[in-house]
Design a binder for this molecule. Structure first.
Ligand code: AMP
Length: 279
């Protein structure tokens, strides 16, 4: 497994693979890798001859009051985990090379980036779309893999890749959960022991909404009930909504189209997001 920081070196490696006609899959991450990330790497290995994992904590997707400075970083541990999976190349861009002095471009995707996480994190999707556009340009992957855990992000990137003819197939990987149902996340490390135990109520609540919505219960009362459950358990609510699973249009009733329950909550000062399909 190669670890590359320099852009020219990265381009050389990519050129060699392209010349050999090998398909390349990219898994973008911010490091602090867990089984959720590793499942995406395994999927990449199934889909392409060459797997590139990028590790970059992207300052543009954090607001000034957010956790950029304290975001968990564990480069050695990450490399060890990736080595065990047969990753071909880990790209860790040189600090300062991604947003050089004078950097002035923002990629903004309309529609799917409205509502849900964008309400409390208004700069988030521009930051993500901008860095992923750069990663796609640098790595030139045939396939890029994103987790359904960040479902709105997955749709934003897919939209961007289609709209800008980036010629990258954007695939989603299923959500990997802890045994009690909590979606794995690098930020789970922030939770106190007590909060960590309580956190499982969040996915349980989303899954209950999804189950009841599938059996035809009206969404309004279902969501009100869920909000009360979460509030009584000490969660702060960012949003709980049911939306179309492809367009993210808000739904008042579940029909024939795919639907998903989306939620974001704050527990013990830590923001958790998750989603659950209505099937
Ligand atoms: P991050 O490092 O948090 O930016 O995440 C990098 C990628 O891993 C994103 O595409 C996430 O959606 C994905 N990811 C994070 N947690 C999980 C999880 N529990 N299951 C599946 N994918 C995940």
């Amino acid at each position: 497994m190669d670890t590359v920081q320099n852009l020219d070196e990265l381009r050389q490696r990519i050129r060699n693979w392209r010349n050999a006609g090998e398909k390349i899959a990219l898994v973008p991450t911010m490091g602090a890798l867990h089984e959720g990330h590793l499942s995406l790497v395994r999927l990449a290995r199934e889909k392409a001859a060459r797997t590139v994992v990028s590790i970059f904590v992207n300052p543009k997707q954090f607001a000034p009051n957010e956790d950029f400075a304290t975001y968990p970083r564990d480069e050695e541990g990450d490399l060890e985990k990736l080595r065990g999976l047969g990753t071909d190349l880990v790209y860790i861009p040189e600090p300062g090379s991604v947003y050089a002095d004078g950097f002035s471009t923002t990629v903004h995707v309309d529609s799917v980036s409205e509502g849900l996480c964008a309400v409390s994190r208004p700069h988030f999707f521009d930051g993500v779309a901008t860095v992923v556009a750069k990663l796609f340009t640098r790595v030139q992957p045939d396939i890029a893999i994103f987790g359904e855990k960040d479902y709105q992000q997955l749709l934003v990137i897919r939209r961007m890749a289609d709209d800008l003819d980036l010629n990258v197939e954007v695939l989603g990987g299923r959500i990997i959960r802890e045994p009690d149902g909590l979606a794995m996340s690098s930020r789970n490390l922030y939770l106190s022991e007590e909060a960590r135990k309580k956190a499982a109520i969040f996915p349980q609540t989303l899954s209950a909404i999804a189950g009841d919505a599938a059996s035809g219960e009206p969404l309004g009362p279902l969501i009100d009930r869920a909000l009360k459950t979460l509030e009584n358990a000490g969660f702060g609510i960012d949003y709980i909504e049911v939306r179309d699973g492809e367009t993210l249009r808000p739904l008042e009733t579940v029909g024939d189209r795919p639907a998903r329950v989306f939620g974001a909550v704050v527990l013990d000062g830590t923001r958790l997001i998750d989603n659950w399909p209505v099937v």
